[in-house]
Ligand binder design. Sequence first.
Ligand code: F6P
Length: 335
Amino acid sequence: MHQKGGVISDMGKKSEITTIGLLTSGGDGPGMNAAIRAVVRSAIDKGLKVKGILRGYAGLLKEEIIDMDHRSVSNIIDRGGTILKTARSKEFGTDAGVKKAAAILRKHKIDCLIVIGGDGSYRGAQILFKDHGFPTIGLPGTIDNDLNGTDETIGCHTAVNTALDAIDKIRDTAHSMERIFVIEVMGNRSGYIAIEVGLGAGAENVIVPERKFDCNDLLKRLKEGNRKGKVSWMVVVAEGAGKAEDIAKKITEITKLETRFVVLGHVQRGGTPTGRDRIIATRLGAAAVECALKGQFGKAVGISADEINIIDLKDATYKEFRHIDQYQRLITQLT
Ligand code: F6P
């Protein structure tokens, strides 16, 4: 028998939540499945029902809604991607689209929507909450690690490790054939992945969108390094800062040094989530359900200094990585 999970919230109001809706939206990231599992099982443990919404906001608008139980999330903690599938929706980006989504959620008797996603997904959840009074909670799921209120987002740890694994292999050939490699990593408008990967891979340069890039300075350093006998060189470029192909061409044109480029692309989004990603996903999933039970809506859950941190969704969107300058200095110093 299903029981109501209503409790007195820490804000003194009673939250009468019976059914949670859950979706993943935007770019998938390793660890999203672990978060889905934690939400579903924590909610059931507290006497709530869970409805899974397939293909993010796009699937919500098509009413692709399924009942989830304990068994629907068996054996997924170690799987990359998202069993709920994900998408980007143009229609949900319109006023009429969000209004329709709120009506569908109410029609299916969903009391609160937990959204696992990044910046765009959070913006959608905030509009549902603010403009349509629909209770939403955000759970940070993106490899980009560019959200406020959390030190890490689900997927970023695995993505950095995947990129490092690839770059370690590129280093072998770069060193053997005495070449310069320009490697493009993902991150949308954030340089987080690039700068972490650059430091972890021992790259000589990292180009990020948050800082002005001086190509002449890079070329000067390359030439100087070459004169001193440096034969291989790794440049990591964040996709938001430029194209690896263009930078590689320019380097060859001006220095006449042999240069290759590699775009790591969607490889970084897949694979088995690291232990860290599974652990934060599990803690955040359980925390999101706690929020729902306490009636804390229009909020995003995060992890800050290893503690669960809850902030307003409206403040949880894009943030710049804090340590860019410090990492850049270290990278230059160690070249
Ligand atoms: O937000 C995650 C992300 O992988 C970004 O790093 C990248 O810019 C974008 O998604 C790629 O999106 P798509 O898979 O739609 O090409």
